[in-house]
Design a protein around this ligand. Structure first.
Ligand code: AMP
Ligand code: ZN
Length: 469
């Protein structure tokens, strides 16, 4: 019997069986970047986790519709544009472009829509108006706030008590005239600091708060009730708690069924963040010569609900893992002759089963990698025993490629750049070696090296690596 997927739901604090609202389809909202700077690899841990979720749901046959917002107006973006003396749109576009480049570098699949806050102001205003009508929002000095004490379920996601919130109130930097410290801004009246960044709307001259942005854009593209909402654990409170209050306050129906949050990427025990200054952007790490797929592997190596400690040793280990996998694939492609099909079929079906079971269990990625690398070890053993032929190689290759639809660390398209002519040279050299024609063999090796192809002679045959710049 095919078991279903289980996810840990922050709302219930339990692993729950995943059952979508509409059969075979998943609607998911993932909080996106504030585009005032290059994202750091801590942020990318969150985006890679969401990519894993997306890819695995697709692997399991779901049709996924993913929405990721771009926060292109807030205190930081406004301050950045002002500092450089350029329009807000020009400033944020630079980081939006960089963000998409980085997504491609990390082989993160594109979401279906990337709505920008500045292009949805009307939707946000309408949502605030509904909240005013239903008694959840009030005005003070031109700004609008959500009255938290009015929303009975406030705290259900973060499991916090309102009473506690009032005492230890988290007072934001752009504080206005709120009734209660825990009330939060839906709409911020224009402030001279904002310069020419404002919208003239039914709510007056101002700009939206951050939380309303995600409520209104998620519901616009996914409906008032949808399947999955994700983010990093720092988003649970207040951001997602506030999203629930705004959305459910306005519609009266349950907003999201499953809330998934990933733990932080940490450096020496502390969250990687801009404010602590302990961060690397993706570009910093690429500049040190690391392979983007190794970075992806590292970000994917630990279960998403565990903290991931970033170290360069860890990155080296990921680099090795990714190379081992690529060498394995290259070896599989070169297999010829007859092998032991029944043995291979047994191994591959077990690997598929293990992989699925692991990921079905709240995306247990470390077990998933385990299933893959166990297969690699076992097949390598078969290769050395001469039990792997061309057909067996294809079967294993198919499994590895299927897993990689989820993992995304192979780069076969790029590795295929080894041409027919070069493959022919490798074969010719093999033949020369077998015939003891060392001079010819060495000449060919040299020629291939010139083309960026390194050969390695092993007992089970010759392998190659392509290192073209
Ligand atoms: P921000 O641009 O700060 O709103 O963050 C964008 C996304 O990255 C959010 O989902 C955050 O929860 C997530 N995030 C920020 N820092 C980290 C970190 N060190 N580790 C994992 N996720 C993070
Ligand atoms: Zn959000």
């Amino acid at each position: 019997m095919l078991m279903s997927i289980k996810f840990y739901n922050t709302l219930s604090r339990c692993k729950e069986e995943f059952s979508p609202i509409e059969e075979g389809k998943v609607g998911m909202y993932t909080c996106g970047p504030t585009v005032y700077d290059y994202a750091h690899i801590g942020n990318f841990r969150a985006y890679v986790f969401e990519d894993l979720l997306r890819r695995y749901l697709k692997y399991r046959g779901y049709q996924v519709y993913q929405v990721m917002n771009l926060t292109d107006v807030d205190d930081k973006t406004i301050a950045g544009a002002k500092r450089e003396g350029i329009p807000l749109g020009e400033f944020t576009q630079r980081y939006i472009d960089a963000f998409f480049e980085d997504l491609d570098t990390l082989n993160i699949e594109r979401a279906e829509v990337y709505p920008r806050a500045t292009e949805h102001i009307g939707d946000m205003v309408n949502l605030v108006k509904r909240l005013i009508e239903s008694g959840y929002a009030y005005e003070a000095k031109g700004s609008y706030y959500f009255r938290v004490s009015q929303f009975k379920d406030y705290g259900k996601l973060s499991h916090m008590k309102l009473r506690g919130l009032r005492v230890g109130a988290r007072v934001s930097s752009d504080e206005y005239e709120k009734d209660e410290a825990s009330d939060f801004a839906l709409w911020k009246a224009w402030d001279p600091e904002d310069g020419d960044v404002f919208w003239d709307t039914d709510l007056g001259k101002g700009r939206p708060g951050w939380h309303i942005e995600c409520s209104s854009m998620s519901m616009k593209y996914l409906g008032k009730h949808f399947d999955i909402h994700t983010g990093g654990v720092d988003n649970i409170f207040p951001h997602h708690e506030n999203e629930i209050a705004q959305s459910e306050g306005a519609t009266g129906v349950r907003f999201v069924n499953y809330w998934l949050h990933c733990e932080h990427l940490i450096v020496e025990g502390r969250k990687m963040s801009k404010s602590l200054g302990n961060y690397y952007t993706l570009r910093d790490i690429l500049a040190k010569g690391y392979d983007p797929r190794a970075i992806r592997h590292l970000l994917l190596s630990t279960h998403y609900r565990q903290k991931l400690n970033f170290t360069f040793d860890g990155l080296e280990a990921s680099q090795e893992a990714v190379e081992r996998l690529r060498d394995f694939v290259a070896n599989l492609k070169r297999l010829t002759g007859e092998g032991e099909m029944d043995v291979v079929e047994r191994l591959t079906s077990r690997a598929r089963e293990e992989f699925r079971q692991a990921l079905d269990d709240d995306l247990n990625i470390s077990e998933g990698w385990g299933a893959l690398f166990r297969l690699v070890r076992e097949v390598n053993k078969l290769i050395s025993q001469g039990k792997m032929g061309g057909r067996e190689g294809e079967i294993v290759l198919k499994v590895v490629r299927d897993f990689d639809r989820v993992l995304g660390v192979l780069r076969e398209e790029e590795e295929e750049e080894i041409g027919k002519e070069e493959l022919e040279l490798i074969r010719k050299r093999d033949k020369a070696r077998k015939e003891g024609n060392w001079e010819l063999a060495d000449r060919i090796r040299e020629e291939l090296l010139q083309r960026g192809i390194t050969l390695e002679d092993r007992p089970e045959g010759t392998t190659y690596k392509v290192r073209r710049k």
